[in-house]
Design a protein around this ligand. Structure first.
Ligand SMILES: Cc1cc2nc3c(=O)[nH]c(=O)nc-3n(C[C@H](O)[C@H](O)[C@H](O)COP(=O)(O)OP(=O)(O)OC[C@H]3O[C@@H](n4cnc5c(N)ncnc54)[C@H](O)[C@@H]3O)c2cc1C
Ligand SMILES: NC(=O)c1ccc[n+]([C@@H]2O[C@H](COP(=O)([O-])OP(=O)(O)OC[C@H]3O[C@@H](n4cnc5c(N)ncnc54)[C@H](OP(=O)(O)O)[C@@H]3O)[C@@H](O)[C@H]2O)c1
Length: 288
């Protein structure tokens, strides 16, 4: 049973558009197409990727999909060589799992990046590779229901939290959900309006956006890197709760140096990294 019949119709129309597009010589490995694109700014963009046949893989909020491209210069090579030249990377899924016709991805163009420089040039109707299964252990399954969730992301590290919020913000499954998002400039605060709607429609969802390279001394968004925001007590001021390992689980995603700094800070407060054999309350997803 599909919970997104409109999406399916939409998908069928887009598949037709993709089939009649100029990419008739696209590699057979390209089994999906872009059905939506939105530019947040010159580097940050949202794409929705739909399989040319069937529905997207099942996934749990927090998991990632792998997408890829055979570089255009390799399109005339035989299938084996095309397979070898496929540039394939992981992207956290930003859409909710109830949307079965496309996966939404939130991507930053990395200067000189092999895949993102190419992805950034794609438009609706263009084809790409989408792996058959979603993967990853960065999910809320390990967080007990009577806990408070603190979700921390830098840059596109927001993506898995969008899937979580879209799926769970209204369910009251956890005591509270606080999203801390650290970016360079206010213009990098993607999904801000949607997140603010989650906050205003619920009494246990909180949003702490912070910028590090903004000249305007306005507040909010808060100014400073995430570890400094935590040290300044912004979590406590915003939620009225304490950042306590007995009552909170923290999920951290994005820049690996930020993850290390936040982990150290939390360990000083008594938090510990979650491991399969040693359950803890810090969960991390490193993007590089
Ligand atoms: C589990 C997982 C989920 C991911 N989800 C996302 C996502 O939702 N959105 C997203 O944009 N990226 C995400 N990434 C990163 C993504 O897989 C690629 O590494 C990234 O898009 C760069 O690919 P590239 O080929 O353009 O760069 P490459 O030529 O492979 O260069 C890699 C270098 O780019 C830098 N880099 C990589 N990712 C980022 C980033 N997000 N922000 C800043 N610098 C970066 C690092 O310095 C890295 O060493 C995720 C990575 C992992 C492991
Ligand atoms: N977003 C943009 O405006 C922009 C512009 C040009 C190019 N790009 C490209 O996009 C890539 C990703 O940029 P991004 O801004 O999305 O991601 P990013 O470089 O990881 O920065 C995101 C946020 O994380 C902070 N941060 C960085 N290192 C940290 C650490 N050790 N501890 C705590 N916080 C830390 C940054 O603060 P600081 O500001 O203090 O570093 C920033 O607020 C770049 O590598 C570049 O190729 C982005």
């Amino acid at each position: 049973m599909d919970s997104d019949p409109e999406g399916i119709t939409h998908n069928k129309l887009n598949i037709q558009a993709a089939m009649t597009s100029l990419q008739s010589n696209a590699p057979a490995l390209h089994n999906a197409s872009i059905v939506y694109r939105e530019d947040i700014n010159e580097e940050l963009f949202i794409i929705r990727v739909a399989p040319l046949e069937g529905l997207v893989p099942d996934f749990i909020p927090g998991q990632f999909a792998e997408i890829g491209l055979v570089p255009e210069e390799a399109w005339t090579l035989d299938e084996n060589l095309q397979k070898k030249s496929l540039i394939r990377r992981a992207y956290s899924i930003a859409s909710a799992p109830s949307i079965r016709s496309y996966l939404e991805l939130y991507i930053v163009k990395v200067d000189g990046g092999q895949l993102t420089e190419r992805l950034h040039k794609l438009q609706v109707g263009d084809s790409l590779f989408l792996a058959e299964t979603a993967k990853g252990k960065f999910t809320l399954d390990e967080a007990p229901q009577d806990t408070n969730l603190l979700l921390i992301g830098t840059g596109t590290g927001l993506a898995p939290f969008m899937s979580m919020l879209r799926e769970f913000h209204a369910q009251g499954r956890w005591k509270s959900i606080t999203l801390m998002h650290g970016v360079r400039l206010a213009q990098d605060l993607g999904y801000r309006e949607e997140i603010e709607k989650f906050v205003s429609s619920s009494n246990n969802v909180f949003y702490i956006p912070s910028t590090t390279r903004e000249n305007i001394k306005s507040c909010p968004p808060y100014q400073g890197r995430i570890p400094d925001i935590i040290k300044a007590g912004v979590f406590e001021q915003t939620t009225g709760m304490s950042l306590d390992p007995k009552t909170c689980h923290v999920f951290i995603c994005g820049n690996p140096q930020m993850i290390d700094s936040v982990q150290t800070l939390l360990e000083e407060k008594g938090f510990s990294l979650h491991k399969k054999k040693e359950p803890g309350n810090i969960h991390a997803e490193r993007y590089w």
